[in-house]
Design a protein around this ligand. Structure first.
Ligand code: AMP
Ligand code: ZN
Length: 476
């Protein structure tokens, strides 16, 4: 099986291929760290995480870079309002973001570079662009000369006329005084000259004091960690223009192409049918949802309920349904573990070394749906069909069945911790006490006492599964 994804650049479905001589380079535009990320942002990160998980299951060797935008207008404004140093201010929001990622069971990136740690690389890139005639300096700021790059607009399929109006809107010309000096309205800023409101936030450069523009940060960071060509570059659909268009222009003008082989864009999340925005008061964070008793795992599941290229309507009904679906998956995992005579813990630990079996026998349809443009709703449908109609399985096939089920949970990012907790909650305290007495007796090599307790437990409907250094109590 191979993963095929829709490529925004070519408008075609294309296979993601592992390069022979190096790691598969994946770059994701990360968060701007000036506040907590909202569920919309997390739709994008959860989808990116699902791609990473699938690539790993398919034996790809991936270098996954997700940056942190820790200097831009919003972070500078936030630090100033909070009367904090920029680095202290962003450090706090970085930690909040990373904690949220852990709660959603997102795999950590191979590298998570901060924009402020790569200023030199950004300046070097700007110098190359000036030297090659693609950029010019005006009043201490440096701009990219869009007319010098003939492929500009190819990703977002903009024609030159639209480009004028789009970039006027998106670049925020009216509220960024720096940009009045541009030769052409479509030109975008690479280096921003210092303004008094920047306070003590500036870096020295050949063009005077200032700071980088947002777009140059990603071009420099991806080049630093993945080289000239990125195999897969992803982000929310709003980044397609101008951010990704500008990344292509900067990188290809400086280093030659192609900058990216495959572009993947994730459609936006709406909340109860409305666009998410501060003014509508519907920006939902994980903390807000947890206050309403929705677990991060239910949020993750809900974010996978729709196909990533369609807008997803995030509702409380969807969250409730996700919680129920997860419980069914937990219950089935328990049933399967019991049937195959392993503990839930053992099933969980299978996920850490998982590679998708070459020949899937039980959950082939699930993985095929994921490989076909990451069709998560179809895959979930296949999963529940399997749960409802599980075939009779011969004992020699148990290891394969467990492996496929563990791979399936890994692909969805379901780690079974909650199932383990649920399992423990359901074992009554007196039973747990007796089980512990038995374990202690066994450790003390008092096997008769241990066997006697085991029998009593079995008579009351509980069995004990021992592993090397622990045990599990399960209903008979
Ligand atoms: P930002 O922190 O604003 O740079 O956004 C981080 C990521 O979240 C980017 O890839 C955005 O495209 C994405 N994003 C922002 N809003 C939404 C949304 N409502 N739904 C899905 N993705 C979003
Ligand atoms: Zn970016």
């Amino acid at each position: 099986m191979r993963l095929r994804l829709y490529n925004t650049y070519t408008r075609a479905y294309e296979e993601i291929q592992q390069p022979k001589d190096r790691k598969l380079g994946v770059y994701c535009c990360g968060p701007t760290v000036y506040g907590p990320a909202h569920v919309g942002n997390f739709r994008t990160y959860v989808i990116q995480d699902s791609v990473l998980r699938l690539l790993k299951l398919l034996s790809n060797d991936v270098c996954y870079v997700r940056n942190l935008t820790d200097v831009d207008d919003k972070t500078i404004r936030g630090a100033r309002d909070a009367q904090k140093a920029l680095s202290d201010y962003t450090q706090h929001w970085i930690e909040v973001f990373q904690k949220d990622c852990d709660r959603l069971n997102l795999l950590p990136p191979t590298v998570e570079p901060r924009a402020t740690a790569t200023i030199e690389a950004q300046q070097d890139l700007i110098k190359i662009l000036i030297q090659k005639g693609h950029a010019y300096e005006r009043g201490g700021s440096v701009y990219f000369k869009v007319s010098s790059f003939k492929d500009y607009g190819r990703l977002s399929h903009l024609d030159a006329r639209k480009l004028e109006t789009q970039s006027t809107n998106s670049a925020g010309r009216s509220n960024d005084a720096d940009e009045y000096d541009r030769d052409q309205v479509a030109d975008f800023v690479l280096w921003k000259a210092y303004k008094p409101e920047d306070g003590d936030i500036f870096w020295n450069s050949p063009w005077g004091k200032g700071r980088p523009g947002w777009h140059i940060e990603c071009s420099a960071m991806s080049h630093e960690y993945l080289g000239k060509t990125v195999d897969l570059h992803t982000g929310g659909v709003d980044l397609c223009f101008p951010h990704h268009e500008n990344e292509i222009a900067q990188s290809e003008a400086a280093y030659g192409g192609p900058f990216v082989r495959h572009w993947m864009h994730i459609a936006h999340l709406k909340v109860e049918g409305q666009k998410m925005s501060k003014s509508l008061g519907n920006l939902l964070t994980l903390d807000m949802l947890q206050d309403r008793q929705y677990t991060p795992s239910a949020v993750r599941y809900a974010l996978l309920a729709g196909h990533y290229r369609q807008p997803l309507n995030f509702t409380f009904d969807l969250l409730k349904a996700s919680q129920v679906a997860l419980q069914k998956i937990h219950a089935f995992s328990q049933k399967l573990a019991q049937m195959c005579n392993v503990s839930l813990e053992q099933l969980k630990s299978l996920q850490t070394t998982i590679v998708l079996p070459k020949e899937c026998r039980f959950l082939k349809a699930f993985f095929e749906a994921l490989c076909e443009d990451l069709n998560t709703p179809k895959a979930l449908g296949c999963l529940f069909l399997f749960i409802r109609k599980m075939p009779t399985v011969e004992v020699p096939m148990f290891p394969l069945l467990l492996k496929e089920w563990a791979a399936c949970l890994y692909a969805l990012g379901i780690d079974l911790n909650e199932a383990l907790q649920e399992e423990e909650v359901h074992v009554p305290l007196p039973v747990r006490r007796m089980a512990e007495q038995r374990w202690q007796a066994k450790l003390a090599r008092d096997f008769k006492a241990a066997d006697d307790i085991r029998k009593i437990l079995e008579e009351s409907g509980w069995k004990i599964l021992d592993s090397k250094d622990s045990y599990k109590v399960l209903p008979l």
